[in-house]
Design a binder for this molecule. Structure first.
Ligand code: AMP
Ligand code: MG
Length: 511
């Protein structure tokens, strides 16, 4: 393909520069390609009634030519020029949803070349809501074919910059009006069947159609993974929206999803390779490892729709092999979000519960009497071990009524071993927040007994010795010289190394 200079023109939808529209319209009229904003994603415009313009579109996008284009119009009367046998419900749908993110499929008229429809006898038509798009369509003669303005297979463009990344040097012009509104492609509704059938989910949902024309049907291949049947919209059969890294959807209830993704991200981190994580405003705080991106808020799924493609593209700038994504609710626009995510993932998904089951303990609490020396030392030594899974490691005391810093001799010994307890403050053990995946390790038998008698519901309580099967005593150094703290440290270090080995064995699936 020949390299051409791509002109980029900034344009404001509240104050549209007529001169720019005229220039872009002329390019389209003479068979060129212009990328322009719509409320869904950026489109790659061409004259829909010219066979040759369609060929150029496919070439610029690298798109398979059996994947038909959507014809964009600006005035409802124009529909009759390109479609025939238009069913009566069309008027009601158009008056509710046009201009807007709805594409309808009709039998095509002789005016529409097969190049535009990918060889089909039907034509897909949409009237976009963005005023720049409407003016451009009129300036181009009324019929503009426009697939998404990306390289075929990549995430659709939601900014002019995305268009430039993919198509610079391959198209004549880009109209840059900043970010789009919706961020996902239009809902496609096939009007040639009775009742009409949704071929691609989008911002206009089945309920919204039902209110206007009664129930519609849904192409069952939309969300099914690798169904045998081909989807009815030819474009839906291709892998789409794909980032360069492998994308995996983690599926379960939200708590399990978070735990599973944490575990997977930690495993990647240990191999020296950070994982990508698609998180939401509500869950961001739970991830410690990995390249974490906020895709929006669960309270308003429109924000997620708007950010999805940008986030997928941003991951291409990162040195990662795998991206893990949380799942989203299947209501409203959620269905369209999950449809795009599924396609981007090539239907790769894993059950969060299966991953979570692999980790027996997630939190370890060391319990001593005052939480000022042995407990905090044990916790800090464990934090410095090479652990195969991620744990929240704490220490607490049976009599630690006020938060106090660590014992100074304990700190001196830890310092000489290149560790520190300077951020430690003692905490009282009160049995709260202890779950089945919490492991409570007492430094002495007496604390273990007390916990068992006072908190009968706590499942995993052991002394450190007992848990690692080693009867080395951990003497209380309190009030003794520094050397006693040193001996205590040596004993703890031996036991904690064994503990790390045992945890790693458990992580490897051994009991
Ligand atoms: P895009 O323009 O990138 O949003 O892709 C257009 C989508 O519309 C693709 O999934 C096409 O397969 C679908 N499409 C366009 N025309 C038709 C048609 N006549 N029948 C069924 N699907 C269509
Ligand atoms: Mg597309």
């Amino acid at each position: 393909m020949n390299f051409m200079e791509t002109i980029v023109r900034k344009i404001d939808k509240h104050q549209i520069d007529k001169e720019i529209i005229r220039e872009a319209g002329e390019i389209l009229q003479s068979g060129g390609l212009v990328a322009f904003p719509t409320e869904t994603v950026y489109g790659l415009g061409a004259d829909a009634l010219k066979e040759e313009a369609a060929r150029k579109t496919y070439e610029a996008k690298g798109r398979p030519s059996d994947n038909p284009l959507i014809v964009h119009i600006a005035d409802y009367e124009d529909l009759k020029k390109i479609a025939v046998n238009i069913p009566p419900e069309t008027d009601a749908l158009a008056s509710h949803f046009w201009p807007g993110p709805l594409t309808m499929i009709f039998e095509k008229s002789g005016q529409v070349p097969y190049g535009t429809t990918g060889g089909l006898d039907t034509v897909a038509v949409r009237m976009p809501r963005d005023p720049i798009a409407a003016e451009l369509i009129r300036a181009a003669g009324g019929f503009v074919s426009a697939p998404s303005a990306n390289t075929s297979g990549r995430p659709s463009p939601t900014t002019a910059e995305h268009v430039r990344e993919d198509l610079d040097g391959k198209i004549d012009m880009i109209l840059d009006a900043g970010d789009v509104d919706i961020g996902l492609e239009s809902t496609i509704l096939d009007m040639t069947v009775e009742p009409p059938m949704i071929l691609r989910p989008g911002a206009i949902t089945p309920d919204m159609f039902e209110e206007v024309i009664g129930p519609v049907s849904i192409d069952e291949t939309i969300l099914g993974s690798e169904s045998e049947k081909p989807p009815k919209a030819p474009g839906m059969k291709y892998r789409h929206y794909a980032p360069r890294a492998k994308l995996v959807i983690v599926d379960g209830d939200l708590r399990e999803e978070i735990l599973a993704i944490r575990q997977l991200a930690y495993a990647a981190h240990r191999k020296g390779k950070e994982a990508g994580i698609i998180a939401t405003g509500e869950t961001l705080q739970f991830y410690k490892y990995g390249v974490v991106k906020n895709i929006g808020t669960r309270e308003n799924e429109k924000t997620i729709a708007r950010n999805l493609y940008r986030v997928l593209r941003e991951f291409d700038e990162e040195d990662i092999d795998t991206i893990y994504s949380e799942s989203f609710a299947m209501q409203g626009i959620g269905k369209a979000i999950m449809n795009r995510l599924e396609k981007a993932a090539g239907h790769l998904r894993i059950a969060a519960a299966a991953v979570v089951k692999e980790q027996r303990y997630r939190r370890i609490i060391f319990v001593s009497s005052t939480d000022s020396a042995r407990g905090p030392m044990a916790a800090e030594i464990l934090r410095h071990q090479d652990l195969m899974q991620e744990y929240v490691i704490d220490s607490m005391g049976m009599v630690a009524l006020f938060p106090e810093p660590a014992n100074q001799k304990a700190e001196a010994i830890m310092k000489s071993a290149q560790m520190t307890l300077k951020d430690h403050f003692s905490q009282q053990f009160d049995g709260e927040g202890i779950q089945d995946d919490t492991l409570v390790l007492a430094v002495e038998e007496s604390q273990k007994k007390k916990i068992i008698s006072e908190y009968g519901n706590i499942k995993n309580v052991y002394t450190i010795n007992e848990f690692v099967d080693d009867d080395t005593e951990i003497p209380n150094p309190y009030g003794k010289p520094l050397t006693a703290y040193g001996e205590c440290y040596e004993k703890l270090r031996k036991l904690i190394r064994k503990l790390a080995e045992k945890l790693n064995l458990l992580a490897g699936g051994e009991e």
